[in-house]
Ligand binder design. Structure first.
Ligand SMILES: [Ca+2]
Length: 167
């Protein structure tokens, strides 16, 4: 599998993780419960967890044995656009205050309140993968959700699936 920078990974739920059940109930039948962003051909990730929020240091190998899908934007970006997105990711990561529990609460219970959305100092996984594009002027098609679900990238016509199965 050849990975490219800014490929988006969607990872399916695990049956023994209670918070995955909650995320899935809003997924309209889609099992995706997590997103992360590929940084390079070696599969290094910008990942998110409850402790650190967005961070570096993980590799896609972390998801070996899991059902995942990998999605690539159909229209290739210019090197300038790629650099712009990576700069935005680094800037927001540096200012990050941790995981966005307000966003995930709003997402799970459908509370589209200003109190919870568009806080760019805190992030959840699907918000992060979506706004890496949207904040840089590239609105992904077919995702008009204020609170993107991890399934979003599987359903956007702007992205093609380059891998689907057990990693
Ligand atoms: Ca946020």
């Amino acid at each position: 599998m050849i990975l490219k920078p800014l490929d988006i990974v969607a990872i399916d739920s695990l049956w023994y993780m209670p918070h995955h059940w909650l995320i899935r109930q809003r997924g309209a039948g889609d099992k995706a419960v997590h997103n992360c962003v590929i940084l390079n051909e070696a599969g290094d990730l910008e990942n998110i967890d409850f402790i650190h929020g967005p961070h570096l240091g993980d590799n896609i190998d972390k998801y070996k044995g899991r059902n995942i899908s990998i999605h690539r934007r159909k229209e290739e970006l210019s090197p300038l656009q790629v650099a712009q997105i990576f700069t935005w990711m680094a800037d927001t990561r540096a200012k990050n205050k941790g995981y966005d529990f307000g966003q995930i609460k709003a997402s799970l219970f459908g509370i589209a309140s200003d109190e919870y959305i568009n806080d760019w100092s805190r992030w959840d996984c699907s918000e992060r993968s979506y706004f890496a594009w949207a904040a840089n002027g590239i609105m992904p098609a077919d995702c008009d959700e204020v609170l993107p679900h991890p399934r979003w990238v599987r359903h956007s016509d702007d992205f093609e699936t380059v891998f689907k199965g057990v990693l």
